[in-house]
Design a protein around this ligand. Structure first.
Ligand code: AMP
Ligand code: ZN
Length: 476
């Protein structure tokens, strides 16, 4: 079945057909790095992580780009408040962000373009807009002339007339019309600045995403995402800039995440009602946070409460419990000399759940529905294990394979699957290495060499070094 995605641009679910067969090019707006990452950000990045993992699971090569806004009004303001250098402040929070994402098992983007490393590309983009008559220079910067772009408003549905009504040009501002936005800001004293054809200054916010996404993903690409709050003006302005530049459609599918809410309000830095990832990780495991996020569809609002997270923790524990039960049962399970009704019942539940999982994920990445299928399998496994005296390995494996898919796509149960494979294997290799050392001490070189040679045939190479024997994996 084909994957269907809700496209903010067309306001409907559409069949997902990437531009190049077998490949998805995807851009997600990254953070402005001036403070710690909070749960609202994490929700958005976990959601896109799962979308990316699912596309990869379905066989696509995904090229993923996420920018870092490492120069911006907010960064300069915060640096002035704390007395730090804006560059250092941005660097610090950028690194914290990467650490937080790693902790949350969000797969890293392939490219993380930073604004400060793409100033020349941005200048070239602005010049092109100027040459094409979409941009003009004012006393304090270069502006995009919104009314020249005929399709303005197509993403957010905002009409130019409405925009003009509520706004006015402030005294001292160099723009012609209230709806115009800055592509380049001329430097005020003491602000970070770069040379440009319009004198010293720095890029506006929206232009960075048009420039850097196009640079790495091409003049048209498949998915562009971010939180709901970015639809207007950020993404609307990105479309205006990019399509004005190329005269053709830029992004095929626009995906937006719902907000994390606290008592009816958006979790945000400015409202101060946020909980940072670092705080949460002191009390909960990364997988609890992922589970909490995935219990809701990515476009729905997600209410943050302590009880909600606690509830997610309990549910995740239930699933871990089931996995543990499977592990214990597998240890004593035998090959199946026969299957009875109980085996077929569990088999059918897993088969149906697998289908439900894929149907849910194909339907605009509905993780909430997909998780229901996981609980169905979990309950069925536990029922099976209480019912039968001698559980059959083969049918338990079917359940385990299902959990493995969930692990890969949702980034859950990772420790369980890793531990089981790597942990056992490494301990056994260490054991053989020490037995071989003992044999050598006893001058039993024939047997010692046999261990070395047979391990090598399995892809494990032993090397005797002055510090003792080390082992490496090699491709055989
Ligand atoms: P910012 O650094 O504020 O530009 O935010 C980075 C990303 O996090 C953007 O895609 C925002 O839309 C998203 N975001 C910020 N706050 C929330 C929230 N409360 N819920 C969901 N996403 C959010
Ligand atoms: Zn952006």
């Amino acid at each position: 079945m084909a994957i269907r995605v809700y496209n903010t641009l067309t306001k409907q679910k559409e069949e997902f057909r990437p531009l190049r067969e077998g490949e998805v090019r995807m851009y997600v707006c990254g953070p402005t790095v001036y403070d710690y990452t909070h749960l609202g950000h994490a929700r958005t990045y976990i959601a896109f992580d799962v979308i990316r993992r699912y596309l990869e699971h379905r066989g696509y090569t995904v090229l993923m780009v996420m920018n870092f806004t490492d120069i911006d009004d907010k960064i300069i303001r915060r640096a002035n408040e704390t007395g730090e250098d804006p560059k250092e402040l941005a660097e610090k929070f950028l690194r914290y962000f990467l650490e937080d994402m790693k902790a949350l098992k969000v797969k890293p983007a392939d490219i993380y373009p930073r604004v400060t490393e793409h100033i020349q590309d941005i200048i070239d983009f602005v010049r092109k807009l100027q040459e094409k008559g979409y941009a003009y220079e004012g006393n304090d910067g270069v502006y995009f002339e919104v009314r020249k772009f005929k399709d303005y408003g197509k993403l957010s549905g905002i009409k130019l007339e409405e925009l003009v009504k509520g706004a006015r040009v402030e005294p001292g501002e160099g723009k012609k019309n209230p709806e115009d936005f800055a592509l380049w800001k001329k430097a005020k004293p003491g602000e970070p600045k770069w040379e440009s054809p319009w004198g010293e200054g720095r890029p506006g916010w929206h232009i960075e995403c048009s420039t850097m996404s196009t640079k790495y993903l091409g003049e048209s690409f498949d998915i562009h995402g971010g939180g709901n709050d970015l639809i207007f003006p950020h993404h609307e302005n990105e479309i205006a800039q990019s399509e004005a530049c190329t005269d053709h459609e830029w992004v095929r599918y626009w995906l937006h995440t719902g907000f994390v809410m606290v008592s009816g309000e958006k979790m945000s830095k400015s409202l101060g009602n946020f909980v940072t990832i670092r705080e949460l990780l002191q009390k909960y495991s990364p997988e609890v946070i992922r589970f909490f996020v995935l219990q809701k569809h990515y476009r729905s609002p997600l209410d943050y409460t302590e009880e909600g997270i606690q509830h997610a923790k309990n549910n995740l524990e239930r699933l871990y419990n089931t996995l543990e039960n499977i592990r214990v049962a597998m240890e004593k399970a035998d090959v199946a000399f026969r299957w009875d009704e109980e085996e077929f019942e569990l088999y059918e539940t897993v088969r149906e759940a697998r289908k439900k999982f894929y149907d849910a994920m194909d339907d605009d990445f509905n993780t909430a529905e997909a998780l229901k299928a996981v609980f169905e399998v979990s309950n069925a496994v536990n029922r099976y294990l209480t019912k039968v005296k001698k559980p059959k390995e083969s049918v338990l494996k079917k359940a385990l394979e299902f959990f493995k898919i969930i692990s890969e796509v949702f980034g859950l149960f990772e420790d369980y699957f890793k531990e089981q494979k790597a942990g056992d294997e490494e301990a056994l290799i260490e054991l053989l290495v020490s037995v071989r050392a003992e044999l050598r001490k006893q001058r039993n070189f024939t047997l010692a060499d046999k261990i070395r040679d047979e391990l090598k045939a399995l892809g494990i190479q032993l090397e005797d070094t002055p510090q003792g024997t080390i082992w490496k994996r090699i491709s055989v």
